[in-house]
Design a protein around this ligand. Structure first.
Ligand code: ADP
Ligand code: MG
Length: 234
Protein backbone atom coordinates (compact mmCIF):
# COMPACT_ATOMS: atom_id res chain seq x y z
CA UNK A 1 0.00 0.00 0.00
CA UNK A 2 1.68 3.16 -1.18
CA UNK A 3 -0.59 5.82 0.25
CA UNK A 4 -2.93 5.62 3.18
CA UNK A 5 -4.84 8.76 2.20
CA UNK A 6 -5.24 10.33 -1.22
CA UNK A 7 -7.14 13.60 -1.12
CA UNK A 8 -8.21 15.21 -4.39
CA UNK A 9 -9.89 18.54 -5.06
CA UNK A 10 -11.48 18.60 -1.62
CA UNK A 11 -13.95 21.44 -1.10
CA UNK A 12 -16.00 22.59 1.85
CA UNK A 13 -18.22 25.65 2.26
CA UNK A 14 -20.12 26.65 5.37
CA UNK A 15 -23.30 28.74 5.22
CA UNK A 16 -24.82 30.43 2.20
CA UNK A 17 -25.51 33.89 0.82
CA UNK A 18 -23.90 36.73 2.79
CA UNK A 19 -22.54 34.44 5.50
CA UNK A 20 -20.98 31.98 3.09
CA UNK A 21 -17.42 30.86 3.86
CA UNK A 22 -15.40 28.81 1.38
CA UNK A 23 -13.15 27.05 3.84
CA UNK A 24 -11.49 24.45 1.62
CA UNK A 25 -11.23 25.47 -2.03
CA UNK A 26 -9.78 22.39 -3.71
CA UNK A 27 -7.16 20.62 -1.65
CA UNK A 28 -4.86 17.84 -2.89
CA UNK A 29 -2.37 15.79 -0.90
CA UNK A 30 -1.30 12.25 -0.12
CA UNK A 31 -0.28 10.65 3.15
CA UNK A 32 1.82 7.53 3.50
CA UNK A 33 1.30 4.85 6.09
CA UNK A 34 3.37 5.39 9.21
CA UNK A 35 4.04 9.07 8.57
CA UNK A 36 3.95 11.79 11.17
CA UNK A 37 2.13 14.62 9.39
CA UNK A 38 1.52 18.08 10.75
CA UNK A 39 -1.14 20.40 9.41
CA UNK A 40 -0.29 24.05 9.97
CA UNK A 41 -2.01 27.31 9.13
CA UNK A 42 -3.49 30.42 10.70
CA UNK A 43 -6.55 30.26 12.89
CA UNK A 44 -9.67 29.83 10.77
CA UNK A 45 -7.77 28.38 7.79
CA UNK A 46 -9.75 25.13 7.85
CA UNK A 47 -7.39 22.79 9.71
CA UNK A 48 -10.05 21.33 12.00
CA UNK A 49 -12.52 21.11 9.14
CA UNK A 50 -9.99 19.11 7.12
CA UNK A 51 -9.24 16.81 10.05
CA UNK A 52 -12.95 16.21 10.66
CA UNK A 53 -13.47 15.27 7.02
CA UNK A 54 -10.46 12.92 7.07
CA UNK A 55 -11.91 11.23 10.15
CA UNK A 56 -15.46 10.93 8.82
CA UNK A 57 -16.86 13.37 11.40
CA UNK A 58 -17.90 15.81 8.69
CA UNK A 59 -18.59 15.49 4.97
CA UNK A 60 -17.05 17.29 2.01
CA UNK A 61 -18.99 19.25 -0.62
CA UNK A 62 -16.80 18.12 -3.47
CA UNK A 63 -13.71 16.04 -4.16
CA UNK A 64 -12.55 12.63 -2.99
CA UNK A 65 -10.78 11.22 0.04
CA UNK A 66 -9.41 7.76 -0.59
CA UNK A 67 -8.45 5.76 2.48
CA UNK A 68 -6.73 2.46 1.69
CA UNK A 69 -8.23 2.71 -1.76
CA UNK A 70 -11.82 3.37 -0.60
CA UNK A 71 -13.46 6.74 -1.12
CA UNK A 72 -14.87 7.79 2.26
CA UNK A 73 -16.80 10.68 0.70
CA UNK A 74 -19.24 8.27 -0.95
CA UNK A 75 -19.79 6.07 2.09
CA UNK A 76 -23.27 5.88 3.56
CA UNK A 77 -23.85 6.70 7.24
CA UNK A 78 -23.27 3.19 8.47
CA UNK A 79 -20.10 2.68 6.44
CA UNK A 80 -18.79 6.01 7.67
CA UNK A 81 -19.57 5.07 11.28
CA UNK A 82 -17.65 1.81 10.85
CA UNK A 83 -14.74 3.64 9.26
CA UNK A 84 -14.68 6.13 12.15
CA UNK A 85 -14.94 3.42 14.75
CA UNK A 86 -12.53 0.86 13.32
CA UNK A 87 -9.92 2.82 11.47
CA UNK A 88 -9.28 6.13 13.21
CA UNK A 89 -8.71 7.50 16.69
CA UNK A 90 -9.28 11.13 17.67
CA UNK A 91 -7.49 13.29 20.20
CA UNK A 92 -8.77 16.82 20.75
CA UNK A 93 -7.39 19.86 22.53
CA UNK A 94 -9.63 19.46 25.56
CA UNK A 95 -9.23 15.78 26.41
CA UNK A 96 -12.99 14.89 26.37
CA UNK A 97 -12.78 12.34 29.19
CA UNK A 98 -15.66 10.82 31.13
CA UNK A 99 -15.54 12.43 34.58
CA UNK A 100 -17.15 9.57 36.47
CA UNK A 101 -14.71 6.95 35.22
CA UNK A 102 -11.12 6.41 36.34
CA UNK A 103 -8.20 6.79 33.94
CA UNK A 104 -8.16 3.06 33.28
CA UNK A 105 -11.95 2.83 32.89
CA UNK A 106 -11.89 5.74 30.45
CA UNK A 107 -9.54 3.77 28.25
CA UNK A 108 -11.27 0.44 28.85
CA UNK A 109 -14.61 1.94 27.78
CA UNK A 110 -13.18 2.40 24.28
CA UNK A 111 -11.65 -1.08 24.06
CA UNK A 112 -14.99 -2.67 23.23
CA UNK A 113 -15.04 -0.71 19.96
CA UNK A 114 -12.47 -3.15 18.63
CA UNK A 115 -12.65 -6.90 18.21
CA UNK A 116 -8.96 -6.98 19.01
CA UNK A 117 -8.12 -4.25 21.52
CA UNK A 118 -4.66 -3.54 22.83
CA UNK A 119 -3.58 -4.93 26.17
CA UNK A 120 -4.58 -2.40 28.85
CA UNK A 121 -1.49 -2.96 30.99
CA UNK A 122 0.72 -2.29 28.00
CA UNK A 123 -1.13 0.91 27.17
CA UNK A 124 -0.93 2.16 30.74
CA UNK A 125 2.81 1.53 30.68
CA UNK A 126 3.38 3.13 27.29
CA UNK A 127 1.47 6.19 28.44
CA UNK A 128 3.21 6.19 31.81
CA UNK A 129 -0.14 6.08 33.54
CA UNK A 130 0.24 2.87 35.56
CA UNK A 131 0.49 4.79 38.85
CA UNK A 132 -2.51 6.93 38.00
CA UNK A 133 -4.87 4.32 36.61
CA UNK A 134 -7.37 4.50 39.45
CA UNK A 135 -7.55 8.29 39.57
CA UNK A 136 -10.45 10.28 38.17
CA UNK A 137 -9.82 12.95 35.51
CA UNK A 138 -10.18 15.80 38.05
CA UNK A 139 -7.30 14.28 40.04
CA UNK A 140 -4.97 14.32 37.02
CA UNK A 141 -2.85 17.10 35.51
CA UNK A 142 -3.61 18.38 32.02
CA UNK A 143 -0.78 16.34 30.55
CA UNK A 144 -1.97 13.17 32.30
CA UNK A 145 -5.53 13.76 31.11
CA UNK A 146 -4.26 14.17 27.56
CA UNK A 147 -2.36 10.89 27.89
CA UNK A 148 -5.62 9.19 28.91
CA UNK A 149 -7.23 10.71 25.81
CA UNK A 150 -4.43 9.15 23.74
CA UNK A 151 -5.13 5.83 25.45
CA UNK A 152 -8.79 6.02 24.43
CA UNK A 153 -7.78 6.58 20.83
CA UNK A 154 -5.03 3.94 20.85
CA UNK A 155 -6.74 1.05 22.61
CA UNK A 156 -8.81 0.06 19.59
CA UNK A 157 -5.60 -0.38 17.57
CA UNK A 158 -6.60 2.05 14.88
CA UNK A 159 -3.82 2.68 12.40
CA UNK A 160 -4.39 6.44 12.30
CA UNK A 161 -4.55 9.05 15.04
CA UNK A 162 -6.07 12.40 14.18
CA UNK A 163 -4.97 14.98 16.72
CA UNK A 164 -6.43 18.49 16.81
CA UNK A 165 -4.04 20.80 18.69
CA UNK A 166 -3.16 18.10 21.23
CA UNK A 167 -0.80 20.42 23.12
CA UNK A 168 -2.90 23.56 22.71
CA UNK A 169 -4.06 23.61 26.33
CA UNK A 170 -0.75 22.55 27.85
CA UNK A 171 2.27 24.41 29.14
CA UNK A 172 5.73 23.88 27.70
CA UNK A 173 6.72 20.97 29.91
CA UNK A 174 3.47 19.02 29.43
CA UNK A 175 3.58 19.74 25.69
CA UNK A 176 7.02 18.17 25.58
CA UNK A 177 5.68 15.04 27.30
CA UNK A 178 2.98 14.76 24.64
CA UNK A 179 5.52 15.23 21.87
CA UNK A 180 7.67 12.44 23.28
CA UNK A 181 4.56 10.29 23.52
CA UNK A 182 3.62 10.97 19.89
CA UNK A 183 7.07 9.88 18.80
CA UNK A 184 6.87 6.74 20.95
CA UNK A 185 3.44 5.80 19.57
CA UNK A 186 4.66 6.24 16.00
CA UNK A 187 7.80 4.22 16.62
CA UNK A 188 6.21 1.44 18.72
CA UNK A 189 3.02 0.82 16.78
CA UNK A 190 3.74 2.35 13.38
CA UNK A 191 0.64 4.52 13.83
CA UNK A 192 0.11 7.21 11.22
CA UNK A 193 -0.20 10.51 13.06
CA UNK A 194 -1.99 13.49 11.53
CA UNK A 195 -1.57 16.42 13.86
CA UNK A 196 -3.00 19.92 13.65
CA UNK A 197 -0.67 22.05 15.73
CA UNK A 198 0.93 25.41 16.40
CA UNK A 199 3.76 23.74 18.26
CA UNK A 200 7.05 24.37 16.45
CA UNK A 201 8.70 21.32 17.99
CA UNK A 202 6.01 18.96 16.73
CA UNK A 203 6.48 20.53 13.31
CA UNK A 204 10.23 19.81 13.57
CA UNK A 205 9.48 16.20 14.35
CA UNK A 206 7.22 15.57 11.34
CA UNK A 207 8.02 13.60 8.18
CA UNK A 208 5.50 15.63 6.27
CA UNK A 209 4.28 19.19 6.76
CA UNK A 210 1.16 20.58 5.10
CA UNK A 211 0.41 24.27 5.41
CA UNK A 212 -3.04 25.69 4.67
CA UNK A 213 -3.70 29.29 3.71
CA UNK A 214 -6.82 30.89 2.26
CA UNK A 215 -8.46 27.54 1.60
CA UNK A 216 -5.61 26.04 -0.41
CA UNK A 217 -2.36 24.25 0.32
CA UNK A 218 0.35 26.86 0.61
CA UNK A 219 3.18 24.42 1.29
CA UNK A 220 3.60 20.64 1.24
CA UNK A 221 6.97 19.33 2.42
CA UNK A 222 7.36 15.57 2.10
CA UNK A 223 9.94 12.96 3.00
CA UNK A 224 11.50 15.02 5.72
CA UNK A 225 14.04 13.39 7.95
CA UNK A 226 12.39 12.65 11.25
CA UNK A 227 13.99 14.83 13.86
CA UNK A 228 14.10 12.81 17.04
CA UNK A 229 12.66 14.47 20.11
CA UNK A 230 16.02 14.12 21.80
CA UNK A 231 17.65 16.15 19.02
CA UNK A 232 15.22 19.02 19.27
CA UNK A 233 16.64 22.14 20.76
CA UNK A 234 14.23 22.59 23.67
P1 ADP B 1 -9.00 26.18 12.07
O1 ADP B 1 -9.12 24.85 12.73
O2 ADP B 1 -7.89 26.26 11.05
O3 ADP B 1 -8.89 27.29 13.04
P2 ADP B 1 -11.73 25.68 11.25
O4 ADP B 1 -11.67 24.52 10.33
O5 ADP B 1 -12.20 25.44 12.62
O6 ADP B 1 -10.33 26.45 11.24
O7 ADP B 1 -12.70 26.78 10.63
C1 ADP B 1 -12.50 27.35 9.34
C2 ADP B 1 -13.60 28.36 9.04
O8 ADP B 1 -14.85 27.68 8.92
C3 ADP B 1 -13.81 29.40 10.12
O9 ADP B 1 -14.10 30.61 9.48
C4 ADP B 1 -14.98 28.89 10.90
O10 ADP B 1 -15.69 29.94 11.47
C5 ADP B 1 -15.78 28.19 9.83
N1 ADP B 1 -16.55 27.04 10.37
C6 ADP B 1 -16.01 25.92 10.91
N2 ADP B 1 -16.98 25.05 11.27
C7 ADP B 1 -18.15 25.64 10.96
C8 ADP B 1 -19.53 25.26 11.09
N3 ADP B 1 -19.87 24.08 11.59
N4 ADP B 1 -20.46 26.14 10.65
C9 ADP B 1 -20.12 27.33 10.12
N5 ADP B 1 -18.85 27.75 9.97
C10 ADP B 1 -17.88 26.93 10.38
MG1 MG C 1 -9.13 24.28 14.75
Amino acid sequence: MKHLYKVKNLKKTFGRGEGKTDVLKGIDFKIRKGEIVTILGPSGSGKSTLLHILGGLDTADDGTVFYKGRDITVMNKKERMLYRRNEVGFVFQFYNLLGDLTAKENIESCAYLSGDPMDLEEIMETLELSEHQNKFPRQLSGGQQQRVAFGRALVKKSGVLLCDEPTGALDYKRAKEILLLLERINRTYGTTLIIVTHNENIKDMAHHVIKLRDGVIAEDYKNRELKRAKDINW
